[in-house]
Design a protein around this ligand. Structure first.
Ligand SMILES: Cc1cc2nc3c(=O)[nH]c(=O)nc-3n(C[C@H](O)[C@H](O)[C@H](O)COP(=O)(O)OP(=O)(O)OC[C@H]3O[C@@H](n4cnc5c(N)ncnc54)[C@H](O)[C@@H]3O)c2cc1C
Length: 416
């Protein structure tokens, strides 16, 4: 019997996970990316396997904070004003999705997607002998004052309702767990259901190496256009390698996916939610887990290359030059709670990545509605590392006709 062929655009965590699970289902896979595996957005994230993050990124309480954040160009959320008209349809949809009924439905869908995050991750890394990239150490959130702590009560209640443990800790208890945290913190909260990986890039490269070892192909090229005949894509046109025939196509092109979907007549609302990181190989700080700090959203994660401070959200489109002052602002922020944090030095690196963000904090997972041999896996926003392997499994299940463990209707492509 000849194997079915699947061509996957995008070698990030989502595309490589789809390739790996399709291969396990008997597909012969070709993955195309203009950069090497794991060097798009999946390169520089905070490393959180944050499966307990079931409350959408933007929710009613956060809406009240946004105006203050927007006043500060180095704050956790910024919009380059020249870009505002372009982002407006997405932002208006975001507002609609912050209504309580939508938040409840979105929370349900995120909780469902979280169910097999850890086992799907383990499936992919175990085979490569790289399960030690996962650290099974839950997170702590740190607070400056009681107001900050109380403001998160709704989120903790939602997590508890879905079975995720949260627990208040005094400043002393926080420092017992993480002695690097300074004496001025007011309190902390233990949040169960948030592990971390020690190198997001190596996670993707490990999965990619396994795919190649099992007979898959990774092609370094740029997909310029999709060619259709009737209701099927027949070829992709590549910048360097010309036309390539495709049998079944999976689009996992991160923040660029809407550009490809548009060629198929499908409108999806996707914005590059640009985030930054700073990695300090000589941080002077030792942490045993990823921590987050309530003052401005962001995480500090101990990784194999150093301490990674990551976060912030900038709306400026796909192509605007990075503003690395935002990475420096992460350092200033974390210095408040990590007094031993050393100044950046010549070994320090800064990075910007484009999160593929939808206005409802849910990814697109499922078949194209216009083209019968195309499937989508993109739009994972702040949660792509966490949900990537499960998305890969779900795509493989859809393409092989296997029953999925969850209702996939909230993730359909034609909801925008
Ligand atoms: C600062 C920051 C912190 C984060 N922290 C976390 C976290 O702690 N936990 C978490 O779960 N998530 C986190 N994320 C989000 C996560 O990193 C992303 O959701 C995830 O990496 C998206 O994966 P992807 O495979 O969809 O996209 P990508 O990794 O960007 O992969 C898409 C690939 O498609 C390729 N591509 C696009 N168009 C084409 C084309 N036409 N031709 C060829 N190739 C193409 C790109 O080159 C790219 O390599 C964070 C993100 C940022 C920026």
């Amino acid at each position: 019997m000849t194997a079915l062929n699947a061509t996957i655009i995008g070698a990030g965590i989502v595309g490589m996970s789809a390739a790996a699970f399709l291969q396990r289902s008997g597909y012969k896979v070709t993955v195309i990316d203009r950069v090497p595996p794991g060097e798009g957005c999946s390169f520089g994230n905070a490393g959180g396997l944050a499966f307990a993050e079931i409350v959408p990124t933007i929710h009613p309480r956060m809406l009240t904070k946004i105006p203050g954040w927007l006043m500060d160009p180095l704050g956790p959320l910024t919009i380059r004003w020249s870009y505002l008209p372009k982002a407006l349809p997405w932002l208006m949809a975001l507002g609609r999705n912050a209504m309580p009924d939508r938040v409840k439905a979105i929370t349900d869908a995120r909780a469902a997607l979280a169910l097999r995050v850890v086992s799907d991750f383990e499936t992919l890394l175990q085979e490569a002998g790289a399960r030690d990239l996962i650290r099974y150490q839950d997170t702590l959130r740190i607070y400056d004052n009681e107001t900050q702590f109380l403001a998160d009560a709704g989120e903790r209640a939602a997590k508890n309702a879905y079975g995720y443990e949260t627990k208040r800790l005094s400043g002393g208890e926080v420092r017992e767990l993480e002695p690097a945290i300074g004496p001025n913190v007011h309190c902390g909260a233990f949040h169960g259901g948030w592990y971390f990986v020690t190198s997001p890039e190596r996670v993707v490269k490990t999965i990619a190496a396994e795919v190649v070892k099992n007979g898959g192909t990774i092609l370094a090229d740029d997909v310029v256009s999709l060619e259709r005949d009737g209701s099927k894509v027949t070829h992709v046109t590549l910048k360097a390698n010309g036309r390539l025939a495709v049998d079944r196509l999976v689009i996992c092109a991160g923040a660029y996916s809407h550009l490809l979907a548009k060629q198929l007549g499908e409108k999806v609302l996707l914005e590059a939610e640009r985030g930054y990181h700073m990695v300090l190989p000589n941080s002077g700080v030792s942490l045993s887990r990823s921590i987050t700090y309530a003052r401005t959203p962001g995480a500090a994660t101990p990784m194999e290359m150093g301490l990674r401070l990551a976060g912030t959200d900038e709306f400026a489109g796909l192509d605007a030059a990075p503003n690395y002052a935002r990475a420096d602002a992460l350092w200033t922020n974390f210095k408040n709670i990590l007094p031993g944090l050393r100044e950046p030095d010549s070994a320090t690196t800064r990075w910007m990545g484009r999160r593929p963000g939808t206005p409802d904090s849910l990814p697109v997972i499922g078949p194209s509605k216009t083209t019968s041999n195309v499937w989508y896996g993109f739009g994972h926003g702040h949660m792509g590392l966490t949900w990537g392997p499960s998305t890969g499994r779900l795509i493989a299940e859809l393409m092989t006709g296997a029953k999925s463990n969850i209702d996939l209707s909230p993730f359909r492509a034609d909801r925008f």
